[in-house]
Write a protein that binds this ligand. Structure first.
Ligand code: IPE
Ligand code: IPE
Ligand code: MG
Length: 253
């Protein structure tokens, strides 16, 4: 294929896609990926990190502005202690190995979720990554870690209640904007599209408030198998969706 026709093919393919401004991903199926290969669950998490690295690259190259990934839920504490500490160490290793690359690629990292119950060393590491990438102007990469949507709403409500009790806020001034501004995601647009891998079709406490009008795409592959071809297929599916936000199709009389 000549370079010109390769560019034309690439362009045609990209025209069939719709790129969300904010993409959310529930990266599920690491354990099943490993089990299917006779490996330990932890090996699935290691492979999952590789898929995540590719996803970040794809989001940057296709022009996604915000990417939020679910990497550890507040309910995942219920797993065996060894698995939980393996996942925590994986986060540490990911930061150590990828920070330079993220800085070079102009990626801004934010970590959302509760910092309570995390070791002080891990909290410092998170703060360090956020500070070192804060000035970057490319992809905003949001890691939902020790995150639960219900807990986030409770925390926001508590903050607003404190403001009311202190006389800084009138109850009637609490509206959707005020509540949204009290969430971890304050200042970020809501996700347009949420992908969940591994065939499960549920939200599992991810971005409950923010997902009010998100499109959902559920794919069969386990997270470690989610590659650029899967990413493109999802964006093609997204392009077929008609987002009405409670209204009617614009073309309808
Ligand atoms: C997703 O994969 C990663 C985390 C929840 C941390 P799982 O570990 O949930 O894998 P399955 O769903 O058991 O296959
Ligand atoms: C959701 O996956 C959390 C993450 C991907 C981090 P789970 O595997 O914990 O969800 P359930 O338990 O199947 O709903
Ligand atoms: Mg799972």
């Amino acid at each position: 294929m000549s370079i010109d026709s390769a560019i034309a093919t690439d362009l045609a393919q990209r025209q069939r896609l719709r790129v969300p401004t904010h993409l959310g991903v529930i990266m599920d199926g690491n354990g099943r990926w490993a089990k299917a290969r006779g490996k330990r669950r932890t090996e699935g998490h290691v492979e999952g990190v590789k898929a995540l690295r590719n996803l970040v690259d794809n989001c940057a190259s296709y022009g996604v502005s915000y990417l939020t990934v679910f990497s550890f839920s507040s309910e995942n504490w219920g797993r065996p202690k060894e698995e939980v500490s393996f996942i925590f160490n994986l986060l540490r290793r990911f930061v150590a190995s990828d920070l330079q690359r993220l800085v070079r690629n102009n990626v801004q990292v934010r970590v959302i979720g509760s910092r309570q119950g995390l070791e002080p060393g891990l909290v410092r590491l998170i703060e360090d990554v956020e500070a070192k990438t804060a000035g970057n102007t490319g992809l905003v990469f949001i890691v939902a870690f020790n995150y639960g949507g219900k807990a986030e709403i409770v925390e926001a409500t508590r903050r607003l209640a404190r403001d009311v009790a202190a006389g800084r806020l009138a109850p009637e001034d609490i509206d959707e904007t005020k509540l949204a501004d009290s969430l971890y995601t304050a200042g970020l647009p809501d996700p347009d599209l949420i992908i969940r891998t591994s065939g499960e079709q549920r939200i599992s406490n991810f971005l409950l408030w923010q997902a009010a009008y998100a499109e959902f795409v559920f794919v069969e592959e386990n997270w470690p198998d989610f590659d650029e071809a899967s990413f493109i297929r999802v964006l093609e599916t997204f392009a077929q969706r008609d987002r009405r936000f409670g209204g009617i199709e614009v073309a309808d009389p």
